[in-house]
Design a protein around this ligand. Structure first.
Ligand code: GLU
Ligand code: MG
Length: 450
């Protein structure tokens, strides 16, 4: 779109500040904003950003990453197609931004560009990726002493929980819809105060952009209602964790066919789909560093919590890391898709989805086989039986996951030099920082920041 026409549209929206947003190495959403009077210049030339920012961990402790220090600048250049007015903030709008070098090249530390590169890799393989993030989160009230408690003690899918949150949910849905995110389902989930509100799948980049917007929207609207919403993986140690499973389907770029499905056989995974899943399983130990990316994530990934703790796949198996979801009866297109369960809202959705695409494509490329689907709770099998079936425990800590990522040559190469070095350093610093503190410190920081 012509930038002057764009500026007229933004003025018509009565916007004063436009935020240029990015999700950082830690999974934190950050950005800078520009006043409408300077929008055209900054939309074209970007807003300046110190090269140090990707080396910042979630405690704002700058980590020693070569090249990411106090000297040097990049530009935050917005994707104008991602412009949305923010219904929860006065005179405000946002755009998702890429980090671009002063030579106008995509910067190696830019997570959004990593996803773009993986989408391009998929395009070269002749496929298009559709994805949906399926977020769960906790609604809480702040007590006078500053601590937060769940808004209800409701049971799973119980109508009692519905009444506790109906007003704020209605406002959140309105705000999501106003930003062009079609809402699919809502229900009170298992944990006290836990909510699940899903939006429709979209092409990969759009899905990740949507999820960034979603996280901001939920927190902001809850705040207006004097609630606190937390999307942390395990905000309350004694309650069910908040997953953000990633649903993904792969479509033939020329025929528009769902490559995971088999014509006329609704719940059969195609050869292509099997190779894709095998790729995901083969990279899972390192991949979870990208998808379950915070220290708090590993408090969630435990057996028998429906969050998955083992690297296996199964049809409608909610304890398997990869669930093949049975198709819905009345979809116009075959809806067979894979769901990655060891994923939560503390990840950077661009890194998580990009890594997942790289892993799936690798399986297709190498024609890998995923082994037999598992039709029991893998956590209920003996160690011997799991070993016999080749079912491995997922990393139990962030530090283990990051080590596994470092050993995964394919993922490291896909991330590229700067992003991989930065990610390993930042995440290791978080593992060390939270490892040195108590549970209350960990919960408080993750509760507030996600
Ligand atoms: N809360 C579960 C998790 O941590 C997911 C429950 C479900 O929707 O199956 O992933
Ligand atoms: Mg759920």
């Amino acid at each position: 779109m012509d930038l002057n026409a764009f500026e007229r549209k933004v003025r018509y929206d009565d916007v004063r500040f436009v935020r240029f947003l990015y999700c950082d190495t830690s999974g934190i959403i950050r950005g800078k904003s520009v006043h409408i009077d300077k929008l055209v210049e900054r939309a074209r030339g970007g807003i300046g950003l110190t090269v140090a920012m990707p080396a910042m961990n979630m405690l704002d402790q700058l980590q020693p990453v070569e090249g990411l220090g106090p000297v040097g600048e990049v530009r935050l250049v917005p994707d104008i197609g991602s412009y949305t007015r923010l219904p929860y903030a006065p005179h405000s709008a946002s755009m998702m931004a890429n980090m671009v070098t002063l030579d106008r090249e995509p910067w190696g530390a830019c997570a959004r560009n990593f996803l773009e590169r993986m989408i391009e890799r998929a395009r070269q393989a002749g496929v298009v990726i559709e994805a949906a993030f399926e977020p769960e989160w906790s609604l809480a009230v702040r007590k006078e002493d500053g601590s937060c408690v769940p808004v209800d003690q409701s049971l799973c899918f119980s109508t009692v929980g519905w009444e506790a949150s109906v007003g704020v949910i209605d406002d959140i849905v309105a705000a999501l819809e106003a930003q062009g995110m079609p809402v699919e389902q809502f229900y009170p989930e298992l944990g006290h105060g836990q909510q699940e509100l899903t939006i429709r799948h979209a092409t990969a980049l759009r899905a990740a952009d949507n999820h960034v917007r979603y996280r901001d929207t939920v927190r902001a609207v809850a705040r207006k209602h004097n609630f606190v919403a937390s999307l942390a993986p395990k905000p309350f140690a004694d309650q069910a964790g908040n997953g953000c499973h990633i649903h993904l389907s792969v479509w033939d770029a020329s025929s528009g066919r769902n490559l995971m499905a088999v014509e006329g056989k609704p719940n059969v995974l195609s050869e292509f789909g099997r190779a894709w899943v095998a790729g995901v399983l083969s990279h899972l130990p390192g991949l979870v560093a990208l998808t379950a990316a915070s220290y708090n994530s590993y408090r969630r990934l435990k057996p028998h919590m429906w969050s998955s703790a083992f690297g296996c796949w199964g049809f409608d198996n909610r304890e398997a890391a990869v669930r093949i979801a049975s198709v819905l009866w009345d979809e116009t297109k075959p809806s067979l898709n894979m769901e990655l369960k060891p994923s939560d809202n503390s990840n950077n959705p661009y890194l998580a989805l990009g890594g997942l695409i790289a892993a799936g494509l690798d399986g297709v490329d190498k024609k890998l086989a995923p082994g037999d689907p598992v039709s029991v709770d893998p956590g209920a099998l003996s160690d011997d039986e799991r070993a016999r079936r080749g079912i491995r425990r997922l990393p139990k800590t962030l530090a283990e996951a990051v080590d596994a990522l470092e050993r995964d040559d394919m993922l490291m190469r896909a991330l590229g030099d700067i992003l991989s070095r930065t990610f390993l350093t930042v995440k290791r610093s978080e593992a060390a920082a939270f490892g040195a503190e108590d549970e209350a410190f960990e919960l408080a920081h993750h509760f507030y920041k996600f």
